[in-house]
Ligand binder design. Structure first.
Ligand code: ADP
Length: 630
């Protein structure tokens, strides 16, 4: 990093390029929402107080806080400035440069990408949401300030006071400071057009709206401006919906108006004591499918110990936001040891159980809300079924599937599927495929429709992991209708003797593209369909495997044909006179094309087009030769 000495003591640094971009975006985009700067800065001060508490407890040599933890906000109308002062952990010179100038965090480039996406699709609200989620909160100060000064003294032993200054345009300076007590003071020198923020009533109003969830006292010009409360310690009945909404926004970096989809608030005394307040968000967090996941906050006796404690929840619950606070955790052990402790494991199990239970109840009491949940997080729940064997059965109850009998976009549970099984149906049947449209047109369904058996439509690639992990539900086997032998006794056998020559012709034409050709017991209307062998992967899994490894061979399937179908009988007749002709071959290949097309995927579309052209040429020639037949 190139730096410039501006005076004997002050050094000028450029912002790294990404910071400058984020800064410009934040300043430009939040035009209508300027006041969020206060929420962001107060939130940072609150985090600094949390960190300070823990730091003092875990470091004997730390510099001590002057009195109770607090946040003081002062306005100077004449000077058009606002100061936000905390006596939290503070920042060292290195930390100031690192945290306020470089965003070394991996988040910023991800932020820029997602941000650009959202702005393109004109989802401004969501873009604003991102700012909190990615932690670019500090820079929101430059929306209203022409210059920002940060005076800080860290709790770390041996650290010295520091001043950071910037106008938010390209560079910042760092110089030795004169602060004598630990903590951070941020002074905003307001832009002329935003000078009206330097009014106490204005700020009071904003604090009242945003900051009651802050667990520390906020004083505005010496007067108490909030009622600090650790919500999770209150009895459930004493927490209002509004408080939940605010706290949820605080935890998820959301904006005003966001509310949780589900709130799970409970406490346990034995075998371990803890209180827990967790939320299922109403929007999917941006990092739902990223490696670094956000997890629950862990407090010990009201002190925040780990901001994102992975061991507190299973991976598949990574969409949860919330806190756990326990009396049974010792503050004197390292965070690593805490994460591994038995207490944390026990809490994890109980929180998980409770969340599953609450979701199950939601499914029963409010199916419409549950549907929103399922559409957002169903994939992750299914991931849980295939990875969390301890909770697998409970998670299966949470799963929803479309089926032959559900309207598009509506779901059934496995339990209600089993409940509606007619006499004579032994298994739970499913069909995998790329979309509802393609599976619902599948020839495999014909016998099932006739018989009145429902079939689950598994159109999400992860569904195949679910059925692998859960081969049974309520003692009923889950069975793919596109695998193995299926005979429901409803298809007309037809004249197999007459149709037999077709088998040889098809075998000859398709060669090793198929494993076998045989008469079908599952077709009633279509001439053919493709069937996998028991134990082979399903069609979606097969596609995924080949996406990962292009050379992975497609497992050969059986072509089943309908002995009662005119097309098959015609091919059989033709085969008797011209078994090896180009024409016979063309018809047999077209039959195969049709079976593949019914699944919505063909390997070599250009070959299909070529065959289709040949068929068309032939059909039009014979139609024009005898036009009277029309
Ligand atoms: P985030 O808070 O989401 O990490 P910010 O841009 O708001 O992102 O802040 C960047 C970093 O600057 C914080 O992570 C923290 O390390 C530091 N910081 C900001 N404000 C304070 C403060 N009042 N006291 C101590 N550190 C702070």
């Amino acid at each position: 990093m190139s730096t410039t000495e501006t005076s004997s003591a002050s050094t000028e640094y450029p912002f790294v390029a990404e910071v400058q971009k984020v800064l410009t975006l934040v300043i430009d985009s939040l035009y209508a929402n300027k006041e969020v700067f206060l929420r962001e800065l107060v939130s940072n001060a609150s985090d600094a107080l949390d960190k300070g508490r823990f730091y003092q407890l875990s470091h004997e040599d730390s510099k001590k806080q002057d009195g109770e933890a607090r946040i003081d906000i002062k306005v100077d109308e004449a000077a058009k400035s606002i100061t936000i002062d905390d006596n939290g952990i503070g920042l060292t010179r290195e930390e100031v440069i690192e945290n306020l100038g470089t965003i070394a965090r991996s988040g910023s480039s991800a932020f820029l990408e997602q941000y650009a996406e959202l702005m393109k699709s004109a989802q401004k609200d969501q873009a604003i949401n991102l700012i909190g989620q990615f932690g670019v909160g500090f820079y929101s100060a430059f929306m209203v300030a022409a210059r920002v000064d940060v005076h800080s003294l860290s709790m770390k032993a041996g650290s010295e006071a520091v001043i950071w200054r910037s106008t938010g345009t390209g560079t910042f300076t760092v110089a030795p400071g004169d602060r004598t007590t630990v903590g951070t003071t941020i002074t905003l020198h307001l832009k002329e057009e935003h000078a009206d923020f330097a009014r106490a009533w204005r700020l009071k109003d904003i604090i009242a709206r945003y900051s009651n969830y802050i667990g520390f006292p906020i004083n505005l010009d010496g007067e108490r401006a909030n009622q600090p409360v650790a919500l999770w310690t209150l009895p459930k009945s004493q927490v209002s919906e509004e408080q939940h909404n605010e706290f949820f926004q605080h935890l998820s970096g959301g904006t005003a108006g966001d509310s949780p989809l589900l709130t799970v608030h409970f406490g346990v005394d034995a075998p371990v004591q803890f209180q827990s307040l967790v939320y299922v968000p109403e929007k999917a967090p941006f990092d739902l499918f990223q490696k670094e996941r956000t997890s629950l906050r862990l407090y010990a006796k009201r002190v925040l110990i780990i901001e994102s404690c992975e061991k507190l929840s299973p991976t598949w619950l990574r969409f949860l936001r919330g806190v756990v606070d326990s009396e049974d955790l010792s503050l004197n052990v390292s965070r690593e040891m805490l994460q591994e402790s038995r207490v944390v494991t026990q809490i994890e199990q109980m929180v998980t159980k409770q969340v599953i239970k609450s979701l199950k109840e939601l499914g029963e009491s409010d199916p419409a809300r549950y549907k929103t949940f399922w559409n957002l997080f169903g994939k992750v729940i299914k991931e849980g079924v295939s990875t969390d064997w301890k909770n697998k059965d409970a998670l299966l109850d949470l799963c929803r599937f479309e089926s032959l009998n559900t309207p598009e976009g509506e779901f059934t549970t496995l339990a209600s599927y089993v409940k509606s099984m007619p006499e004579g149906q032994e298994h739970i049947y499913y069909l995998t495929g790329i979309s509802r449209r393609s599976v619902s047109a599948s020839p495999h369904l014909e016998a099932f429709k006739k018989k009145g058996f429902d079939v689950l439509f598994l159109t999400d690639p992860i569904d195949e992991w679910v059925v692998q992990a859960a081969p049974e539900f309520e003692k009923k086997k889950l069975k793919s209708i596109a695998h193995g032998d299926i005979d429901l006794g409803v298809s007309e056998k037809g004249d197999e003797e007459a149709a037999k020559p077709a088998l040889a012709a098809i075998r000859q034409a398709l060669g090793d593209r198929i494993r076998e050709v045989r008469f079908s017991n599952r077709l009633t209307d279509s001439p053919s369909c493709l069937v996998a062998s028991d134990g082979d992967p399903g069609s979606n899994m097969e596609r995924l495997l080949r996406m990962v490894d292009e050379r992975a061979e497609q497992r050969k399937r059986v072509l089943e044909v309908n002995a009662n179908h005119p097309v098959i009988l015609n091919i059989a007749k033709l085969a008797l006179s011209e078994l090896n002709s180009e024409r016979t071959k063309l018809y047999c290949e077209a039959l195969y094309d049709q079976a593949l097309l019914a699944e919505g995927v063909v390997e070599e579309p250009q070959d299909v087009v070529r065959r289709l052209s040949a068929l068309l040429r032939e059909a039009t020639a014979s139609a024009s030769a005898s036009p009277d037949k029309q």
